[in-house]
Design a protein around this ligand. Structure first.
Ligand SMILES: Cc1ncc(COP(=O)(O)O)c(C=O)c1O
Length: 395
């Protein structure tokens, strides 16, 4: 079965009782038992639920894994992995520009209990190698990253990590399994904020962990029930519905992203565009080698002030100002004040996350309308003000 067929047919037969081609939502807390402890494989919906199970089967298959647990959020999924594999005294090695919520969980939840968080530039493979020690249990990366869309060499990093006995977790939220399959590149666990492209409609919060090896996956799967961060059956059903158009949506998102990146790169008020599909992007060659498309996200640095960046993001016609990404409706975000506000300003600046960095999640609206909306917004800023004008204005 090809990818698009799997999203519609895999693990999704017609309902055996009624013939309904769309599976019912098993909106139930518990399951009537034939005798004490005798059931049809389901006893309580935190432990297992037929709608969730269906979704877990599809996600495992799309990623090329064997096991999946779906959680109530991407961060709940991350928590289960960290709880299972990062014990006090152990180390985790992560890139410098990891998602803000992951950064917060590592530094505010796991560091205080004695876990060691080591940040390193994952583009520098020898630095990664030097940073991993015998105490490193996890090497964790996103690629492309949020929000600068840096691309890391997953295969090379997995090789280094495995040689030192660490497990590799890849957050595949931005690429989706349609454009990138981390297990083929050596990942041990794949993580998703399902909230984003997989569900795809900005109408739910959900996460998933997918594994290939039973022994590696089992401690995480156990924690879904033991910690209890489960999704609702309705949200699982919505994700199953969203997945059916994943291929179509990703194709459209990716096509629009190319046009948006090109239009931005040609505008005088844009200092830099971050999009792995542009030939001058530092990760372009790696993206070409390990992805089958460049994804749908584009970030750029405005050549201007924070106030101008705020004016731009507030006044778009089609790009709603909001957190999140990957939905059918376009979104725009100013990471320094939104998604990455939990990272201290000095750290943000050291990581190259400037205050005028703007992140775009083009939706599946008309490409022309979206590009025009962005260009109108940049044109409206006028010419860049000279330094003495900025000083006079107190900026
Ligand atoms: C790359 C990435 N990973 C994980 C998360 C966390 O997922 P959630 O918001 O579903 O908890 C996000 C959320 O923005 C994300 O962008």
């Amino acid at each position: 079965m090809d990818f698009a067929t799997k999203t519609i047919h895999f693990n999704q037969p017609a309902d055996p009782v009624t013939g309904a081609v769309v599976s019912p939502i098993y909106q139930t807390t518990t399951f009537q038992q034939e005798g004490p402890g005798v059931n049809k494989g389901f006893d309580y919906s935190r432990t297992n639920n037929p709608t969730r199970k269906r979704l877990e089967g599809v996600l495992a298959e799309l990623e090329g894994g064997s096991y999946c647990s779906v959680f109530g959020s991407g961060l709940a999924a991350e928590h289960a992995i960290l709880q299972a594999y990062l014990k006090p005294g152990q180390e985790i090695v992560v890139p410098q520009d990891v998602y803000g919520g992951t950064f917060r969980m590592l530094h505010k939840v796991f560091e205080p209990i004695g876990c060691v968080v080591k940040n390193v530039d994952f583009a520098d493979l020898s630095a990664v190698e030097r940073t991993i020690t015998e105490k490193t249990s996890l090497v964790w990366l996103e690629s492309p990253t949020n929000p600068r869309l840096l691309v890391y060499d997953i295969r090379a990093i997995a090789k280094i990590a495995h040689a030192k006995g660490a497990l590799v977790v890849v957050d595949n939220t931005f690429a989706t399994p349609y454009f990138q399959r981390p297990f083929d590149l050596g990942a041990d666990l794949v993580l998703h904020s399902v909230t984003k492209y997989l569900a795809g409609h900005s109408d739910l919060i959900q996460g998933a962990v997918i594994g290939k090896d039973a022994a590696v996956f089992e401690p995480v799967g156990f924690l879904l029930n033991a910690l209890g961060g489960v999704p609702s059956a309705f949200d699982c059903w919505l994700t199953l519905r969203g997945l059916k158009t994943l291929e179509l949506r990703m194709e459209r998102h990716a096509q629009t992203a190319v046009r948006v990146a090109e239009a931005l790169a040609a505008h005088p008020r844009v200092k830099q565009v971050y999009f792995p599909g542009l030939p001058d992007h530092p990760g372009h060659a790696i993206a070409r080698a390990q992805m089958t498309g460049f994804g749908g996200m584009v970030s750029f640095e405005l050549d201007g002030t924070l106030e101008e960046a705020e004016q731009f993001v507030k006044s778009r016609k089609y790009f709603a100002l909001g957190e999140s990404l990957g939905g059918v409706r376009a979104l725009v975000c100013l990471p320094c004040k939104m998604t990455h506000a939990s990272i201290p300003a000095e750290t943000r600046h050291a990581l190259g996350l400037s205050d005028t960095l703007i992140r775009l999640s083009p939706g599946i609206e008309s490409t022309r309308d979206l590009v025009q909306d962005l260009i109108e917004g940049l044109d409206a800023l006028g010419e860049k003000k000279a330094n003495d004008e900025l000083v006079a204005a107190g900026l």
